[in-house]
Design a protein around this ligand. Structure first.
Ligand code: IPE
Ligand code: IPE
Ligand code: MG
Length: 254
């Protein structure tokens, strides 16, 4: 089953960057009569599986939305449990990341994180910084509006300091001030658990991403589901504002 799916993927046309809103941990747990944290705990298994799947396929960037700025407003017990789980997992996974040549990155408002999380994350970033395979970007305490406001603030500071001329600002200028400045835009965005929204995730960067929604809850999402999403992505025509005919002519020329 999995082999058949993987054979259906065109290795020449893989998305270089996949972004995932890992949603549905809480519902998954509640449906089993368990505490929400039980769902987050099982969600980690899916993270491992999908990171491995992306590395095997040769995907260059995988961004995982693990905790949003708005998630700080959840009940304190869930926030604390989730934070410790995330930081603990990242620390424990460092040897595996190194073994698989995976480089860890973090995007988000690090000032909101407790001190212990800060230190652990810095260490993990440092320890994997020499890896050249998959770039794993964890969006932690991230929200797009926070990121954009922050970028505008910093542009303002640099304009005031005379470092940039407001008249010369282009989309490339803005992109340099985003937390994702080192990464290409995602081509495929997956959201699990049947919710059809973006929830403040990469609003700018997803401008031309193909969106894929599945009812599968995150703790049930495995490589097979990832392959299905990629196959679906490869069946689409990405037009970037042009006509279908123009795109077909360009592909024939290439
Ligand atoms: C996604 O699962 C993980 C985080 C947002 C941290 P949820 O916790 O949002 O699960 P549901 O959507 O309530 O089921
Ligand atoms: C988005 O999921 C954030 C993460 C997956 C980390 P939420 O569950 O927080 O989003 P809403 O509240 O359903 O929009
Ligand atoms: Mg949710």
């Amino acid at each position: 089953m999995e082999e058949a799916l993987i054979a259906g993927i065109d290795k020449e046309r893989l998305p270089q960057h996949i972004a995932i809103i890992m949603d549905g941990n809480g519902r998954w747990a509640e449906e089993k009569g368990q505490d929400r944290l039980y769902g987050h705990f099982h969600g980690v298994e899916s993270v491992r599986n999908i990171v491995e799947g992306c590395a095997e396929l040769g995907i260059h960037y995988l961004t995982l939305y693990a905790f949003s700025t708005e998630n700080w407003d959840r009940p304190q017990q869930e926030v604390e449990g989730l934070m410790s789980l995330l930081v603990d997992t990242i620390r424990k996974e460092v040897p595996t990341l190194n073994k698989n040549n995976i480089r860890l990155h973090v995007i988000g408002d690090m000032n909101m994180l407790p001190e212990f999380a800060h230190t652990e994350l810095q260490e993990a970033l440092q320890l994997t910084s020499g890896n050249t395979g998959l770039n794993l970007v964890m969006a932690l305490s991230y929200s797009s509006r926070w990121e954009l406001v922050n970028a505008v603030k910093n542009i303002g500071i640099d304009v005031k300091a005379g470092k940039i001329d407001p008249a010369a600002i282009t989309h490339e200028t803005l992109e340099k001030y985003l937390t994702t400045s080192e990464f290409p835009d995602p081509e495929l965005m997956i959201r699990t658990s049947g919710e059809y929204r973006i929830s403040n995730f990469l609003l700018y960067q997803l401008a031309y991403a193909e969106l894929y929604f599945t009812n599968t809850r995150w703790p049930d999402f495995r490589k097979k589901n990832l392959y299905e999403a990629i196959i679906d992505f490869q069946g689409r025509e990405r037009r970037f504002g042009k006509t279908g005919q123009q795109i077909q002519e360009e592909t024939q020329l290439a």
